[in-house]
Design a protein around this ligand. Structure first.
Ligand code: PHE
Length: 360
């Protein structure tokens, strides 16, 4: 009996160790531990033994069952690991292969233009800043030198939230990205060079106005900043954005409460096949609002206007997209019409870079 058990154990363990696949392991399990299995048969003999015999044989047979069970599990695990290693080695992914199917979906022109702008301004040393779309009165107006009674407030067609319990009118949907100027000057120490792209809201709707649209703000605060820096920056940016060298700018005196002096920036266009194309100087199109940051705004942010000066500008991202890519109805930007998106959208694989052309 003893030698039989020892023989059975070494035979089983040897076969388990040599099992070539998971099927073979399973066959051995059935052979040893299945209903008709060798070990199962031995366990059944325990019932017919005398108590003394059972006390001696019981632990041996159970020990054999445990050893075989453990060997089966171990062999199974190692075979599974081998199979996984073989699969990982076989399944390689060649990242250099061309894409054989065009990915569904497209990048919206607004996102595309924002990426282009971030790329252009990053090259000029500008960081990207953000602020909340639900703003308070102080950041959107007061700190920008637009006090309560100022007529500019009426011009903004502001969406206000219901008044607070105490009757004060605190929150609104930001009407421009200029509050990000304030948030940045309050938070960061100069020198500051940021752009702030984002959504803005005004109660207005026609072919060139939607209640929600996109602006991008630029702000530079440093020592000895002049109107010359502003003009150079805008010229460099517009040349890179429209990818033409014949960009001509015209700065027209204007008025914004938060800049002094203020200038509206026109860019020259030419007419090609009856369409206006940016570049040349057959006519002028207004593209930007800008100016030197008003000393009162710098002071409202806790900085000394005698020490720090700067310039700011703001423009519509949607409008820049229309001018560059030729759409003529702004409302279609936000309709979600798949035909429009397929036609005007950009491939997700075309990332704008200065070297590769920002226009994709
Ligand atoms: N915030 C202004 C607007 O919405 C644009 C602007 C920004 C003008 C910065 C000057 C400086 O019209």
């Amino acid at each position: 009996m003893t030698t039989d058990l020892e023989q059975l154990r070494s035979d089983l363990l040897a076969s388990i160790d040599a099992a070539a696949g998971l099927d073979a392991v399973e066959a051995l399990r059935v052979h040893a531990l299945g209903k008709q299995g060798a070990i199962t048969g031995l366990l059944k003999t325990l019932g017919g033994m005398s108590p003394e015999e059972r006390q001696e044989q019981g632990p041996r047979i159970h020990g054999l069952r445990e050893a075989v069970t453990a060997a089966l599990a171990e062999r199974k695990t190692s075979l599974e690991r081998l199979a996984l290693d073989a699969r990982l080695a076989a399944e390689t992914l060649d990242m250099t292969l061309p894409v054989d199917s065009v990915p569904a979906g497209s990048v919206h022109p607004v996102s595309q233009v924002m990426d282009e702008l971030a790329e252009i301004f990053a090259d000029l040393g500008f960081a990207v800043a953000t602020g909340p779309e639900i703003e308070d009165d102080w950041h959107n107006f007061t700190a920008l030198n637009i006090p309560e009674s100022h007529p500019a407030r009426a011009m903004h067609d502001t969406f206000y939230f219901p008044p607070e319990a105490d009757g004060t009118q605190k929150h609104l949907l930001r009407t421009h990205t200029s509050p990000v100027q304030i948030r940045t000057m309050v938070k960061d120490k100069p020198p500051i060079r940021i752009i702030a792209p984002g959504r803005v809201y005004r109660s207005d709707s026609d072919a060139t106005h939607t209640p929600m649209f996109h602006q991008i703000e630029g702000l530079v605060i440093d020592k000895g900043i002049t109107l010359g820096h502003l003009k150079w920056t805008l010229e460099t940016f517009l040349k890179a954005f429209f990818e033409r060298d014949d960009i001509v700018l015209r700065l027209r005196p204007s008025y914004f409460p938060f800049t002094e002096p203020s200038a509206e920036v026109d860019v020259g266009y030419s007419v090609v096949n009856g369409k206006r194309v940016i570049g040349g100087s057959e006519g002028w199109m207004e593209v930007l609002g800008s100016g030197m940051v008003h000393p009162k705004v710098i002071a409202a942010c806790g900085l000394d206007p005698n020490e720090w000066q700067g310039f700011a500008f703001g423009t519509g991202v949607d409008r820049l997209a229309m001018l560059k890519y030729g759409m003529d109805d702004l409302r279609a930007f936000f309709d979600g019409d798949l035909r429009w998106l397929r036609h005007y959208g950009f491939s997700a694989l075309d990332v704008p870079t200065l070297s590769g052309g920002v226009g994709a």
